[in-house]
Every structure is written in structure tokens, then in C-alpha cells.
Design a protein around this ligand. Structure first.
Ligand code: PRP
Length: 172
């Protein structure tokens, strides 16, 4: 199953980095309640691992978006599943597995901002800055990676490999 996948970050490396991120986020939100927004599906694994290590009170909600088109001109983002609860007045942290072109997050940050949270930040496990088309301010980044097709830890290739416990590079 894994013959074309090489390890970019091992399970241990990912776990260690998430521990560091959780420490930093717990420090930054000390004395506050933190509302995590997990962007389905890829971010589920990262959200769980991060949330387990946070020491501030945490609530979690889920959202799903899809984007159509690609290249430098396309890319329309559509809301597929909205949040269950309002976020007005809450300290919101959006959790992503990867930021690529930036289109999804640019849409989401604007959409969330319009709902008037007390604060709004963005946390991603992986960032591919070389692929950016739309500028996005990222508050917490696990790893900056080169423009490779990555799978595992929630990331898929044709819906497969999300369950790999490490981040791998697939060369289909
Ligand atoms: C991934 C990722 C982001 C988006 C980033 O989701 O979770 O939401 O792509 O890409 P962008 O910066 O180019 O907008 P994907 O559409 O693969 O959905 P999935 O998490 O359900 O696999």
C-alpha cells in the first residue's frame, strides 16, 4: 500500500511539533476559553492531537468547504457544512491541515471575521508558501514544506492515506 510514499515527517516528529504548538497556544490563550474550528476533513487528525494537549478550556466545532477550479484564476470556495454554533464574542482558532494556494483560508477568515468573534487566528500543520496565490496571515505553523504532494495525518490522495500516522510524500 505504501510503496510510493516516502516519509517527510515521522510520527514522532509530528507529535513533537504538535506538542510544541500546543504549549505555545496554551500560553497565548492563558486565562481565556478557546473555540477551535476544525475544517473537514483533513484537519480532523491534527485537531484531535492538538486539542488533547491544550491546557486552556476548549470547545470544538466543525466546518466543511469545497473549492472548484484551480490555476491562478479559478478557485471558487463554497460552504458545504456551516458551524453548529455562533462564534460572536468567542476566541476562535481555525485549524487546518495544509495551506496551499491560500484561497480556502482567505475565504474562511473573511467569513469568520464577519461573524464578529472576540479574536480570530489561524493554525495549520503544514504550509506550502511557494504555492500561494492569495495572501493569508498564518498565526501558528507546524512545518513549512516544499511543493510536494503530501499525504497522511489527515491529508489524502484520492481520499486514501488520510490514516497514515506520519506525513509522507507520494509520487503517483
Ligand atoms: C485542503 C486543506 C485546505 C485547502 C487548502 O482541503 O484542508 O482546506 O485544501 O488549499 P488552498 O490553500 O489551495 O485553498 P481539501 O480541499 O483537500 O479537503 P479535505 O480536507 O476534505 O481533503
Amino acid at each position: 500500500m505504501n510503496e510510493n510514499i516516502s516519509v517527510m515527517y515521522s510520527e514522532e516528529q509530528v507529535a513533537e511539533r504538535i506538542r510544541q504548538m500546543a504549549e505555545q497556544i496554551s500560553r497565548d490563550y492563558a486565562g481565556k476559553k478557546l473555540h477551535l474550528i476544525c475544517i473537514l476533513k483533513g484537519s480532523v487528525f491534527f485537531t484531535c492531537e492538538l486539542a488533547k494537549r491544550l491546557t486552556v478550556p476548549v470547545t470544538i466545532d466543525f466546518m466543511s468547504v469545497s473549492s472548484y477550479g484551480n490555476g491562478t484564476t479559478g478557485g471558487v470556495v463554497r460552504l458545504v457544512k456551516d458551524l453548529d454554533e455562533p462564534i460572536e464574542g468567542r476566541h476562535v482558532l481555525i485549524i487546518e491541515d495544509i495551506i496551499d494556494s491560500g484561497r480556502t483560508l482567505s475565504y474562511l477568515m473573511q467569513n469568520m471575521h464577519n461573524r464578529r468573534p472576540a479574536s480570530l487566528k489561524l493554525c495549520t500543520l503544514l504550509d506550502k508558501p511557494d504555492r500561494r496565490v492569495t495572501e493569508v496571515h498564518v498565526d501558528y505553523t507546524g512545518f513549512e514544506i516544499p511543493d510536494e504532494f503530501v499525504v497522511g495525518y489527515g491529508l489524502d490522495y484520492a481520499q486514501k492515506y488520510r490514516n497514515l500516522p506520519y506525513i509522507g510524500v507520494i509520487r503517483p
